[in-house]
Write a protein that binds this ligand. Structure first.
Ligand code: NAD
Ligand code: ZN
Length: 273
């Protein structure tokens, strides 16, 4: 099937949908300038997951090579600061406003779906701009750009990057004064909102798997859950991915290119063109 034909087929399916759910991974934000983890040139080409992917590894690396770790972290902050929702994110908001898309389940922590306007976003790996208290249940959200500026300023004011110095600038809970940590899921930690994510998948009419490799479980099983419950599955990803078995329509394109074309095509269908 040509990409044009797959776009038309996806649009025809979505034009009749009212409970579609999008499931997104790092690929949907690639066109916003945020690198994916596994693509060539991605984060894992430069960082060893064992060294920074879980809390223990991160603390050990902070002890051994603090300058390198802080430099990489600041580089990452700069990338997140420069990012903005791209046409793929915006098209998902269009689909919500058209009464087609019910929710977005994302593995991303970048807040870009919310900033594009989507109102029901299930963040399985948390949000990089929210903290959670290590003692009580308190969570605190921040504006992306404000927080990045604050963190950069605090790091720049430190005399050194010893573990003690870094901990001295960690935020405190406004309710109980305990330390707070970023509210994101590291390797080995339990994913968030998994029940709600699977419930959304099991009750949707169309599942859009967008820019995700399908190798991080249990999140990767979400499209299969939708398919088993009778939904049609549309996959948009320029590269090979783990969803071949469950996919009904495969669009081998970037999400920032394919999704706006799909929205345009749905508008034509609805206008009787
Ligand atoms: P991944 O890095 O494993 O896979 C990314 C996928 O996106 C690949 O299959 C790739 O082919 C595809 N892709 C690349 N560019 C694309 C584009 N323009 N359009 C559509 N698809 C494109 O990412 P993953 O499967 O999401 O899992 C990695 C984990 O890393 C996630 O769980 C997430 O928490 C985290 N992560 C988040 C961000 C973010 O918040 N933006 C960025 C990197 C990693
Ligand atoms: Zn607290």
């Amino acid at each position: 099937m040509t990409p044009e034909k797959t776009i038309r087929e996806a649009a025809a399916l979505l034009a009749r949908a009212s409970r579609a759910v999008a499931f997104s991974g790092a690929g949907i934000s690639a066109e916003s300038g945020i690198p994916t983890f596994r693509d060539p040139g991605g984060v894992w080409d430069r960082l060893n997951p064992a060294e920074v992917g879980d809390t223990q590894g991160l603390l050990a690396t902070l002890e051994k090579r603090p300058e390198k770790l802080v430099a990489m972290f600041v580089e990452l902050l700069t990338v997140f600061d420069a990012a903005a929702p791209n046409p793929g994110h915006s098209a998902l908001f269009d689909l919500e406003r058209m009464g087609i898309l019910r929710s977005v389940i994302t593995q991303n922590i970048d807040n870009l779906h919310q900033e594009a306007g989507n109102t029901r976003v299930i963040e399985m790996h948390g949000n990089g701009f929210r903290f959670r208290c290590l003692s009580c249940r308190n969570r605190r959200s921040h504006d992306r750009h404000d927080l990045i500026r604050q963190v950069k300023d605090r790091l720049a004011s430190l005399p050194d990057f010893s573990t003690a110095s870094i901990f001295s600038v960690m935020p405190e809970c406004d309710l109980c004064s305990s330390l707070m940590r970023p509210d994101v899921v590291m390797f080995g930690e339990t994913v968030m909102e998994i029940e709600e994510a699977f419930a959304q998948a099991a009750s949707c009419d169309v599942m859009l798997a967008l820019g995700t490799s399908g190798v991080v479980t249990p999140a990767a099983q979400i499209p299969a859950g939708a398919k088993a419950a009778g939904a049609k599955v549309i996959v948009i990803n320029p590269n090979e991915n783990g969803f071949t078995r469950v996919c009904d329509i495969y669009i081998p394109m970037k999400t920032g290119e394919a999704l706006p074309l799909i929205v345009e095509q749905i508008r034509k269908i609805r206008n009787g063109a």
